[in-house]
Design a protein around this ligand. Structure first.
Ligand SMILES: [Zn+2]
Length: 135
């Protein structure tokens, strides 16, 4: 049996999410992420609470801001959540399975996607949207 050195302090660059890989990403349903920004500024949601992320939808284009300092898992779940929610909200006729989704449903779906598909990336985001019935 071969044991790898147990030094987990060295981050593996192949396991880190690259925010730039989501910029100009074409999504199912004709949508596109035009900008994905990790920000050190506090994000405030529509009713004045601190938020982890904020997505602005302009027509078919999404502008996503995510608070810095999240773990890789939090960042991954947040990406699944924000993108699924944005595509659902922006769709004229979203699939029946997501039409009635509330905030907690998006969060649950995002955790499930992270567990089943792994860390958020352009291909896993596409699989997640496909699994919810987006064409
Ligand atoms: Zn949300």
């Amino acid at each position: 049996m071969f044991l790898y050195p147990a030094d987990e302090r060295i981050p593996n660059p192949f396991h880190l999410i690259d925010p730039s890989s989501f910029e100009n990403l074409q999504l199912r349903g004709g949508f596109r992420i035009v900008r994905l920004e990790i920000t050190s500024e506090p994000l405030i949601d529509a009713i004045g609470r601190q938020a982890i992320a904020r997505t602005t939808i302009i027509g078919n284009e999404f502008n996503i801001m995510i608070r810095g300092g999240l773990t890789e898992e939090e960042l991954s779940v947040t990406l699944y959540h924000e993108i699924l929610e944005a595509v659902t909200v922006a769709s004229d006729n979203p699939p029946a399975g997501v039409r009635m989704f509330k905030e907690s449903d998006f969060e649950r779906a995002a955790y499930r996607a992270n567990n089943e598909l792994g860390e958020a990336s352009p291909p896993t985001i596409d699989l997640m949207l496909q699994s919810h019935g987006f064409r």
